[in-house]
Design a protein around this ligand. Structure first.
Ligand code: FE2
Ligand code: FE2
Length: 323
């Protein structure tokens, strides 16, 4: 570790000071507070989201995308909560808000849009694995996959010198993780976890971010950490987006204890199987990806909410009065 970099403790302090980001909507802060209360109802959640028109528009676009394959148009947040479920919508709002809290500006060093493609791919893969292996809260799996590498964006925006040095080492053939450990003694997994703690994300989400490279260390929800790790490995093998290095890592052995992956005749993980399943899922997720990244949404279905006929800001149907 070189002395000119911040120490682990300084990096922790910097990360924990990222609190009042103007772009983190107050609605999310309130929502995360509400989550501490087990009596919070779907109606209360709907009312809260409906108070933010931009967020409402985005939630409805996502709810109507082919990714969720719901046969009827979903015209109100309340209906989205009813048909997609409390957890799916809650986790979707966390994901949207975090994406909006970080710059998507290109800087010539790090392709942030491709980074988000990797992250969304990982969310999609995690949801797919959650369904395959019966992890009940698939919305949680999606968000954990989506946010697993968020520590890299904290570095990119707040620890620029360190980040560029890490990228330099990666170009010399190290993995991102190795470069971080060597140069800083702290990894994006820990940094992401500090941010998730600071922003009061659900504890299992914090743990999945912390343990996504070492799923065997998860204690609260080992299955979620295993799912996120597995999803990350699948995305790298499928070359979905770009996470910072080109290494295709093996699956951590801890995953075998929790998920029993499909094996080839030679007894290896059948990565081809998972990669092709993910590619199918990604095709269905196309409209979803463009919406979540804020790119123009291609009309993915007809009906009153399809394409350019969608009422961008007003969403007049949603009065916010839901019971
Ligand atoms: Fe990572
Ligand atoms: Fe990753």
């Amino acid at each position: 570790m070189l002395e000119r970099f911040f120490s682990k403790e300084e990096i922790r302090r910097i990360t924990r000071s990222i609190i009042n980001l103007p772009t983190l909507p107050t609605v999310v802060a309130k929502m995360l507070e509400m989550l501490d209360n087990p009596k919070t109802s779907a109606a209360q959640l709907s009312r809260l989201i409906s108070g933010d028109q931009v967020l409402t528009a985005k939630v409805l676009r996502l709810a109507n995308s082919a990714f969720y394959a719901f046969p009827q148009p979903i015209s109100t947040v309340n209906l989205a909560v009813v048909v997609l479920g409390f957890d799916v919508v809650k986790n979707l709002v966390i994901g949207i808000s975090v994406i909006e809290s970080f710059s998507k500006e290109a800087d010539g060093y790090f392709d942030v849009m491709r980074f988000w493609e990797h992250s969304i791919g990982c969310g999609v893969a995690a949801r797919m694995l959650a369904r395959m292996y019966g992890y009940q809260v698939s919305g949680e799996a999606f968000t954990a996959g989506l946010l697993h590498d968020i520590g890299k964006l904290v570095m990119r925006e707040h620890l620029k010198v360190e980040f560029l040095e890490v990228l330099g080492k990666v170009q010399q053939g190290k993995t991102f993780l190795e470069a971080e450990e060597e140069l800083l003694g702290v990894t994006h997994a820990e940094i992401g976890n500090w941010l998730a703690e600071r922003w009061n994300f659900p504890v299992v989400l914090q743990e999945a971010i912390l343990c996504h490279h070492r799923p065997g260390e998860a204690r609260k929800e080992p299955m979620l950490a295993a799912i996120v790790h597995f999803a990350d490995v699948i995305c790298k093998h499928a070359e979905v987006g770009f996470s910072g290095d080109h290494v295709k890592p093996p699956l951590d052995e801890a995953v075998y204890d929790v998920l029993s992956p499909k094996l080839t005749e030679e007894g290896e993980v059948d990565m081809g199987f998972y990669v092709s399943k993910l590619r199918d899922e990604m095709e269905r997720a196309e409209g979803f990806v463009s919406t979540i990244l804020g790119k123009e949404l291609e009309p993915s279905r007809g009906g009153p909410l399809g394409g350019d006929r969608f009422p961008e800001a007003g969403v007049a149907q949603d009065s916010g009065k839901v019971d």
